[in-house]
Ligand binder design. Sequence first.
Ligand code: FES
Ligand code: FES
Length: 240
Amino acid sequence: MNNSESEASKRDGEAHRSAKGKSFGPSPGFSRRHFLKGVATTAVSAMAAQTAAVAQELEKVNAEKVLGPGAVPVTLNVNGAPLRLMLEPRVTLLDALRNYSSLTGAKEGCDRAACGACTVLINGQPVYSCQKLAIEAQGQVLTTIEGISKDGALSPLQKAFVKCDALQCGYCTPGFVMSATALLAQIPNPSVEEIKHACSGNLCRCGTHPHILAAVQEAAGIQAANSTTFINYASLADEP
Ligand code: FES
Ligand code: FES
């Protein structure tokens, strides 16, 4: 130990003695110098561990296969069957369904998450398929409007849409049916507010919202409070 180190050790020992026997001072034989050295060693070890972790992550990322820009094999689970396609990674789920297979039920309205015409179910949840890459939808359970009917028979909700005349041009209809299907699967007897909320991501530019509301209530077996009066145009034509 050189002169300055022995001085420092002496000062530390005095500091310990002045603590009147209390245990919070440095212990005999453990100087401030030892303490600082320990802290520095711990910091260096922590830094080394961090660097190792970052290097490990980088190795993992570098090992990941880069996909595209060309077409790559993509397998989607649509309506209970595998759909195998060759798609560029940039292709949306909507595009994949409509233009790379024959599932044209989901419609392209805005292509920017504003209209809901492209709604499909992913694991039972309504999703705008125009906002999801097909490649990301792999390994999930996808349901489109084509998968709602069973053995060629319309679902009760689809029948209710027909009964309640809940469409005009029909462009928005698949999206509304999918949103309402997801709602009824979760809440069999929804309130008016719950129906409105479930369909709030869907737009009908023809303005059939009251009929859509009535159709969902009809499918849920709920007596609509305000029944809509349907105009029988054929009988009007007969009037003098
Ligand atoms: S087409 Fe997807 S939200 Fe309009
Ligand atoms: S029925 Fe035409 S947009 Fe809804």
